[in-house]
Design a protein around this ligand. Structure first.
Ligand code: PFF
Length: 454
């Protein structure tokens, strides 16, 4: 179909920033710090780094090569490379996962907009710790306010996606990613310079290996998948817009390094500030929306303007990171509908936005008015998170590794990873070994554990 004059990213920098934009998101700035806090700091970070190198980077290369070779959306990619086989279901499952993740991810992304406004309007000044809990609970449980913010977030995502690959996705990533790095650096420096920040820095740098148990290993691996946007064809879709001379292994390493650096820098914002005001970092998912506003208030509250400014900057940072990820999730589904059902790009995007709006509204309501309605003992919001992040992504990653390592023609794999023999790739054998054995066995282990089958 639309393969000959397919859209392309215009530059190498655009490729890296758009892919890193997909990877850098709420997973880095929200999920990574609270997981690090819960699993003992530096030891968790080391295990996480191992997972990124052993599973994350090779599977990212696999997604890249499938996407660029097939020049198609993720569902058609498998149909093209393995016609008439059930592998096409791996791509279709990815599209469904993208749609579901976008629905609930937009809800959390919308919260960042409310927090930008609340911090900017000075609503956090003079609040006691318990007030932040009340603020969070009453906002999240509000019948329509979070839905409105989720809709605003989806609309912004929509407007960027309909502009297309180069003018929408690439241009917005080139603008937002540098801004995101600047905000990260300013906030990390402010946090590290606080009196009493040393304990937080130590927590991030001094590993305590007595904390490493199988649970830490498994959590780190799940986090690596979510954070690197792997397992659902997101980077596969982006790679279908790469040019033939894009160096796939190098791009994968660059994205993995950027993603990991942002996660660690987010840790350097949160932990030094939290320790400086005597707040323990093991507070779970509420860390960013309950603990952190309190931390800003206590650490910089002497000068209310500075406290408000830093909090606004932090939530803008979070919103930017989330936006570059929602764009990539949206693109997976839009490209699928556009190419498979012959819809115009803008019609396909409208369907995705509309569908996610309805599901997002239900997810948001399931945290407030509808919290008594559960399915398998979970609210709709939790169910979507569980089904996608814990089931569909690891399963997708497992199949992608098996497909590339065992099924796909070796010649195709080599041609794509070496740009038809023009790149000298010394670790080619290692990459194939990781895809054939290490990644499938490791993921199967996580997957079985998640299902509590062991
Ligand atoms: N990687 C994103 C994050 O860390 O927030 C989340 C994500 C985006 C997951 C795109 C999966 C995906 F396809």
């Amino acid at each position: 179909m639309t393969t000959n004059n397919r859209a392309n990213f215009g530059s190498k920098l655009g490729v890296i920033l758009a892919s890193a934009g997909s990877a850098v998101g709420l997973g880095n700035i929200w999920r990574f710090p609270y997981m690090t806090g819960e699993h003992g700091g530096a030891a968790f970070i080391l295990v996480y780094l191992g997972c990124v190198l052993l599973f994350g980077a090779p599977i990212m290369m696999a997604e890249f090569l499938i996407g660029r070779r097939s020049q198609s959306n993720t569902a058609r990619a498998y149909q093209k490379l393995a016609p008439g086989t059930p592998w096409r279901w791996v791509g279709r499952m990815g599209v469904l996962a993208g749609f579901l993740i976008l629905s609930y991810y937009s809800v959390v992304a919308g919260w960042t907009l409310e927090y930008i406004c609340a911090a900017g309007l000075g609503h956090f000044a003079d609040k006691a710790p318990a007030d932040f809990v009340n603020f969070y609970n009453s906002f999240v449980g509000h019948p329509w306010l979070p839905v409105v913010w989720a809709a605003v977030f989806l609309l912004i995502t929509h407007l960027i996606v309909v502009k297309g690959v180069e003018k929408g996705i690439e241009r917005s990533s080139k603008l937002m990613m540098p801004l995101l790095f600047i905000l990260l650096l300013i906030l990390a420096i402010c946090s590290v310079l606080l009196p009493g920040a040393g304990q937080g820095i130590e927590f991030l740098l001094k590993p305590d290996f007595s904390k490493v148990d199988s649970n830490v290993l498994l959590s780190a691996m799940g986090q690596a998948f979510f954070s690197l946007s792997l397992g659902m064809g997101c980077l596969c879709t982006y790679a279908s817009y790469f040019k033939p001379d894009t160096n796939l292994p190098k791009t994968a390493f660059s994205v993995a390094i950027i993603d990991t650096s942002v996660a660690i820098l987010a840790g350097f914002i949160i932990f030094p500030a939290a320790f400086a005001v005597g707040i323990q970092p093991d507070q779970g998912p509420g860390l960013l929306f309950v603990t952190l506003p309190n931390v800003f208030q206590q650490a910089f509250g002497g000068v209310p303007f500075i406290a408000a400014l830093l909090a606004v900057m932090f939530y803008i940072l979070l919103a930017l990171a989330a936006l570059t990820s929602t764009i990539s999730l949206h693109e997976v589904v839009t490209a699928y509908l556009h190419e498979e059902f012959n819809l115009t790009r803008s019609k396909a995007a409208r369907l995705v936005t509309g569908g996610c709006l309805v599901l997002g509204m239900l997810c948001s309501l399931s945290l407030g008015l509808g919290k008594d309605y559960t399915l398998f003992g979970m609210t709709l919001f939790d169910l979507f998170d569980f089904v996608t992040a814990k089931l569909m992504l690891p399963l997708g990653g497992l199949f992608i590794a098996l497909f590339t390592g065992w099924f796909l023609n070796k010649k195709i794999v080599r041609e794509e990873l070496t740009n038809r023999g023009t790149l000298h790739l010394r670790i080619y054998g290692l990459i194939i070994f990781l895809l054939k054995f290490v990644a499938p066995i490791g993921i199967a282990f996580v997957f079985i554990n998640e299902l509590k089958l062991l």
